[in-house]
Design a protein around this ligand. Sequence first.
Ligand SMILES: [Zn+2]
Ligand SMILES: [Zn+2]
Length: 156
Amino acid sequence: MGVIMGKIFDSKGRLKIPAREVREEELIVKQVFCPEGHNLITEEHLIDGHPGIELAFRRENGQEGMVVLSPKLGDRRAIFLKGTVEEGEVVKFLCPICERQLPILTTCEHCGEGSIYVLFLDENFSFNNAITFCSKRGCPNSTIRKADRIITALGL
Ligand SMILES: [Zn+2]
Ligand SMILES: [Zn+2]
């Protein structure tokens, strides 16, 4: 009994609940590709110590810019390298290497204004192994998410 008690309770007698550990590493995207196979992860700009996702963008007024998104799922942090985007503004995202517009999955189900952009996690370019983000700055969907959950939720 004593042995079992020792394992279940900590030294203060509190019940120890073995939490399922979600390792931070699992939430960090290590590579993402445009449809032409360009890896958009940049070692030059780290967010929280992790290489960020570098994207070009174009505003409605034609201004172009560059932004680095956090590679961590759900993390709002971003670094603007060139230009800026106002809170609530919708922009177009392009690959900074081939300058092709990045693929769009659908209109954002949250804000109804932004587009849900897709970046592929491997070079099979499958929407089922991809991340998505909304193109409206400040939308809760503007951080990266796994695409398969959105596809399932929307029945696409
Ligand atoms: Zn490209
Ligand atoms: Zn949105």
